[in-house]
Write a protein that binds this ligand. Structure first.
Ligand SMILES: Nc1ncnc2c1ncn2[C@@H]1O[C@H](COP(=O)(O)OP(=O)(O)O)[C@@H](O)[C@H]1O
Ligand SMILES: [Mg+2]
Length: 289
């Protein structure tokens, strides 16, 4: 069985002690059992995911990496309750995605920012706090939307509309919106790919601050091996299509990650392991298996 850093890819692995750092937290943040998904297309059925087994314990930061089209976004969308799996079970803190989303446990930053064009930047970030006020009333938030927008470098554009912003700024609004309502599990689909390197660094630090401060669980998709290792407790390498889990690579680098950790031997060893697994994922793809 592969078990590492509170992340497992085999089913039925009850009784782990990993990830029980939260009070009585035996129920994992995320549990996927035999999850499969096919899409209908003009060319016939497209198998996007097959037999996905993954457990993420509470408070973990887990990154998903894999070739384009291997089902990473589909996986996140299933967890976010936006797509329904054809097979298997999905549980978020023991509930279905629909219940977890209604209770505001799930934050989702999609690959492209989905902002409401008629609302200002500030009102876009406030939106999830205004929807389902009953669920919001049960929680106390630690930071105001304005403060988060300031932290992601958008203090000067609070009253602007999305159409007046660059693509990178729009993406930062979408990230701020997800940070603002302090979800129990935060799903991020290549959130930093359209940003310049400096902004990316700032947002990585913000994200790690949020994760550490609020014991959020994060499931994060990236194409960057470096980003995956620097941010996470474990890297899930996917192969496909159809999407399967090739390996879970634990990242044991100490926290907080030190500056320029990329230059250390431990980092290089991890990078080698993730790249070897990715190579395996590509090989299985070209075989068509
Ligand atoms: N709504 C959809 N309808 C039809 N096919 C889809 C849909 N969403 C994803 N797919 C297909 O499912 C597969 C996985 O896609 P996706 O999850 O976007 O992969 P990734 O994010 O890893 O690039 C691809 O073959 C893609 O074309
Ligand atoms: Mg994708």
């Amino acid at each position: 069985m592969s078990r590492c850093q509170g992340v497992r890819m085999q089913p039925g692995a009850a009784g782990t002690t990993a990830g029980r750092q939260l009070d009585g937290a035996a129920v994992p943040a995320l549990s996927l059992r035999g999850v499969g998904k096919c899409f209908a297309s003009r060319a016939g059925a497209v198998a996007a995911l097959r037999g996905i087994d993954l457990t993420v314990e509470r408070g973990r930061f887990v990154t998903v990496i894999g070739p384009s089209g291997c089902g990473k976004s589909t996986l996140l969308r299933i967890v976010a309750g936006l797509v329904r799996a054809d097979e298997g079970q999905v549980a978020i803190f023991g509930d279905t995605p629909d219940v977890a989303c209604a209770d505001k446990h799930v934050g989702f930053v999609p690959q492209r920012p989905a902002l409401l064009p008629w609302r200002t930047v500030l009102d876009n970030v406030r939106l999830p706090l205004q929807v389902n006020k009953a669920a919001s009333a049960r929680r106390t938030l630690s930071r105001e939307p304005e403060e988060i927008l300031r932290a992601v470098g958008l203090a000067d554009v609070l009253d602007r509309h999305p159409g007046e912003l660059s693509g990178g700024m729009q993406q930062r609004v979408a990230i701020a919106r997800a940070f603002a309502f302090e979800p129990s599990i935060l799903l991020m689909d290549e959130p930093f790919s359209s940003l310049d390197e400096m902004t990316r660094e700032v947002l990585r630090a913000e994200l790690l601050g949020l994760w550490q401060g609020q014991q959020t669980t994060v499931l994060f998709v990236t194409h960057s091996v470096a980003e995956a290792i620097v941010l996470s407790d474990a890297v899930v390498v996917m192969a496909g299509p159809p999407g399967t889990i090739q390996a879970v690579v634990p990242v044991g680098l100490e926290r907080p990650r030190r500056d320029l950790v990329e230059l250390t031997d431990d980092y290089r060893e991890l990078e080698r392991e993730v790249r070897l697994q990715l190579r395996g994922a590509w090989a299985s793809r070209s075989d068509g298996t």
